[in-house]
Write a protein of this length. Structure first.
Length: 462
């Protein structure tokens, strides 16, 4: 069911419930008001008959009180019965069977000055009237034809008004719900067009930017911006990967074709095979790097308390084995309270990330590389900085250094594929950390990695 239908039904149901409640209140209130008014008329009738029928021996007894006009009006199906103090019938204008029904209320009237009762459809009252010190029981019943007629007319009016109100509420609810949901309908039609926009350049109308629908549009536009950035990065990645893969493959194909056509002795064949093997080795390395980059984004990552200093020392050791001519100095700054730089993470991935950063520093610097490890008690972070005095990174290239397969303009013929820092960034982000760098071609590069400490309480009490 559409939201518009649901809201219309809900709006109509609430309005109908309010109408029914109001109608019930009005009808019930009028019913009580009619009953009380008719009871007052019956009591006036009873007092009038007491003065006329019982006190008729004294004209002053009849006229000692003012008479209301309503007391003189004859009621529909008016019944009057008068009983003396012994319960004997003194006067009646009805049949004996009806009188017997009224006589059943004499004991109740003896306990209180007036009572109300109903016989068939007639309403009645009984009062105790005293004349010369003697009590008389007077019963008057009648049918309130005018009151019931007005009550029935009121019920018809209320039912017609409810029906009209129901239709009005339903129509107005359908219209206004559609009016309020129109921005959502426009959003749906616009979103359906996302397939026709391969570059995700379209954006939703954000309206007044204050209500909930505008907030939804703004959030969706932010999502579209992120998706657009992701798709553009993916296109660039595919373009760079295709170029990097095509270069060694082209070299291998050209070398083998040349050797096949022109080489005639085993020495030339050997040289061509060595060139092809070097290019294939590069191709295998690039493929492994791309695979590692993809694996770092995998959701299944085993985490455990890890000693960060051991990861750093392992990374330094691996870089020294790979680059024997590179000097790497490792030193500690401020120590944690327990002297252990523990983080919650994956030791293999953290070592790989640190190795990539240190290896880059050695690759582009002929001077010693300095690795610092220290803690920040106020922020509960462990910090690693890798400082080199190499060729640095041009300012125009710095925003792109963490993009896959991107290499700086001054990288020259240095080995590599431009995926090391991209892998490192993904690993650090997956460990809820941050990586940043400051670089200048004149002074070199400083890479800073921040990771949350495993036991933050110890750091705060240090």
């Amino acid at each position: 069911m559409l939201i518009r239908h649901k809201l219309t039904i809900l709006f109509t149901a609430i309005g109908l419930a309010i109408q029914i409640a109001f109608t019930s209140f009005v009808y019930t209130f009028y019913s009580v008001y009619r009953e009380q008014g008719f009871t007052v008329r019956l009591q006036g009738k009873a007092r009038l008959f007491g003065r006329v029928m019982i006190s008729r021996h004294s004209s002053q007894g009849v006229l000692d009180r003012a008479l209301n006009a309503t007391d003189l009006q004859t009621l529909t199906e008016e019944h009057i019965s008068i009983f003396d103090q012994q319960g004997n019938l003194v006067f009646t204008n009805q049949s004996p069977a009806y009188v017997q029904k009224e006589a059943r209320f004499i004991p109740a009237l003896a306990k209180q000055p007036s009572i109300q009762f109903t016989i068939n459809r007639n309403e009645g009252v009984g009062i105790v009237y005293r004349d010369q010190g003697l009590p008389y029981s007077i019963f008057v019943t009648g049918y309130d034809r005018l009151g019931h007629s007005k009550q029935q007319n009121l019920l018809v009016i209320l039912l017609v008004a409810n029906l009209g109100g129901f239709l009005l509420i339903m129509i107005s609810g359908w219209y206004f719900v559609g009016l309020f949901l129109r921005p959502l309908a426009n959003m749906v039609s616009r979103v359906r067009g996302v397939q026709a926009d391969a570059h995700l350049t379209f954006r939703l109308n954000e309206g007044n930017q204050t209500d909930e629908i505008a907030q939804l549009a703004m959030t969706f536009n932010q999502l579209l911006t992120q998706l657009q950035t992701t798709f553009e990065n993916q296109r660039q990645f595919v373009s760079h990967a295709s170029h990097e893969l095509r270069t060694p493959l082209t070299t291998v194909l050209g070398t083998l074709e040349t050797s096949h056509q022109y080489d005639t002795n085993p020495a030339d064949w050997r040289i061509s095979m060595e060139v092809a093997m070097r290019e294939l080795t590069k191709l295998v390395g690039l493929t492994n790097s791309l695979l590692k980059l993809a694996n770092t984004g995998d959701g299944s990552l085993a985490m455990s308390p890890t000693r960060l200093e051991e990861c750093v020392m392992s990374a330094v050791s691996q870089v020294k084995q790979k680059r024997a001519d590179c000097t790497v100095s490792f030193q500690f700054g401020q120590m944690p309270a327990d002297d252990f730089f523990e983080v919650m993470g994956n030791e293999i991935l953290l070592t790989t990330a640190l190795q990539n950063v240190i290896d880059n520093a050695c690759k582009y610097s002929r001077q010693a590389v300095l690795v610092d490890l220290f803690t920040q008690p106020d922020t509960a972070l462990h910090v690693i900085t890798v400082t080199d005095q190499g060729i640095g990174i041009p300012l125009a290239d710095q925003p792109h250094v963490f993009e896959p397969l991107y290499r700086g303009q001054n990288a020259g013929q240095a080995e590599g594929f431009g995926v090391g820092l991209a892998i490192t960034q993904q690993i650090i982000v997956r460990h809820q950390g941050e990586i940043s760098l400051v670089s200048s071609p004149a002074t070199g590069t400083i890479v800073r990695i921040e990771l949350p400490a495993y036991d933050a309480k110890v750091l705060r009490t240090a």
